[in-house]
Design a binder for this molecule. Structure first.
Ligand code: FNR
Length: 363
């Protein structure tokens, strides 16, 4: 179907399912084990109800915000997803271009199909990129990668902490998925093992809170921990000096039956209130964000912004750069409508009491 018939993010998903090769579709769409967390990520938003306010001048809606000190046209970013070439022969650089034209931030993955240099080169002046880091067993290699990212102008370091081992993804196992290895691993990896195994051997399962000092001294970029799922770990992240956290279950691809991102966010925000009264630590959330109302709810709960994963890959696979741009515009239109109907002309007007979370386990 023509691009203008794509009316929401789910539409892109159906087209991607039809046009992608079985292996690529399996890799992108899969979750861990029974995919309960994968489904719950989006479903959980249905348990949060909106409490709109009326008689507010909403003739102008301003959705701009800042995240990690950088400006963004919307409170959302393209999160890191590995192996972009399964969606587009050019890979992640197409997302870089789409992020630029829509004025949003891109988080670049360690396990990108493109090299770090290619992603940096694709960035336009004034555009913001962040770097997602998988810590390698070879700590010197890790330091080298991080230095390259910092010298290349990346503005924050998102260290993924929810993947000491790669979750079991049965679609991949059935497909015997073995795409070509990400650029960072060229030459290092035994391709016979298949891509999933290769990726998991890249990640160091010994990473622990003791390594926070090492992470902080290796770079001037602010350290963000991606993959926090409890109040307890949010408090530790704060104590060990993380500048921000991403509440995330890795898109339901890791530990199945972990709670949804939005459910965990409610707990994390409560826990941090005690120690971080001024709200200095920024909190992000990802997982299952598909509608403008999902973004609104995350912000009302206390998120500074949200990460979008699969919809960026699906729109890329289905229509290339124009597809990704349209997907972002649809979210923008939806959020604008929700803000208008909620009586919130700016992001700062979005307040906790505008959502009813009585149906979440924590409220
Ligand atoms: C991911 N995600 C991810 N996260 C990360 O830190 N490093 C990575 O390399 C990847 N790779 C990856 C590949 C694919 C195909 C997907 C779908 C996801 C997780 C990602 O950053 C994010 O947490 C989720 O994708 C958010 O959920 P949604 O938006 O996909 O529902």
């Amino acid at each position: 179907p023509p691009l203008d018939q794509m009316l929401n993010l789910m539409d892109f998903e159906s087209v991607a399912r039809d046009v992608m090769k079985k292996e690529g579709w399996g890799y992108y769409s899969s979750g861990g084990d029974d995919e309960i967390t994968l489904r719950e990520n989006h479903l959980a938003f249905q348990r949060i109800w909106l409490r709109p306010r009326v008689m507010v001048d909403v003739s102008k809606i301003d959705m701009r915000t800042t995240m990690m000190g950088s400006e963004s046209s919307l409170p959302l970013y393209i999160t890191a997803t590995a192996l972009g070439r399964l969606a587009d022969p050019e890979g992640e650089v197409v997302l870089t271009r789409a992020a630029y034209s829509e004025g949003i931030i891109q988080m670049c993955p360690t396990l990108a199909s493109n090299s770090l240099e290619e992603m940096i080169k694709a960035r336009k002046p004034g555009q913001t990129q962040w770097y997602q880091l998988y810590v390698n067993k070879n700590r010197q290699l890790t330091e080298k990668i991080v230095k390259k990212a910092e010298d290349g102008g990346m503005k924050a370091l998102f260290v993924t902490v929810d993947a000491p081992a790669l979750g079991r993804r049965e679609k991949d196992m059935r497909n015997k998925f073995a795409a070509s290895a990400p650029d960072v691993q060229k030459g290092q990896v035994n391709r016979q093992q298949g891509t999933a195994r290769a990726i998991s051997t890249f990640i160091d399962p010994s990473l622990s809170w003791k390594d926070m000092q090492w992470l902080k001294t290796m770079t001037k970029m602010p350290i963000v921990l991606k993959g926090i799922q409890t109040g307890e770990d949010a408090l530790l992240a704060y104590k060990y000096g993380a500048k921000a956290i991403v509440v995330s279950n890795h898109g339901g691809r890791q530990l199945d039956t972990a709670r949804s991102g939005i459910e965990a966010l409610a707990e994390v925000v409560e826990a941090l209130k005690e120690v971080d009264r001024e709200g200095k630590m920024e909190i992000y959330v990802d997982g299952g964000i598909r509608r403008g109302s999902d973004i609104f709810k995350a912000i009302a709960l206390g998120a500074k912004g949200v990460g979008i994963g699969r919809p960026m890959l699906y729109s890329l696979a289905a229509y290339g750069q124009p597809g990704v741009e349209r997907a972002i515009q649809l979210l923008k239109d939806e959020l604008e409508m929700v803000m208008r109907l909620m009586g919130t002309p700016t992001i700062a007007d979005i307040k906790r009491e505008m959502i009813d979370t009585k149906s979440l386990s924590l409220h």
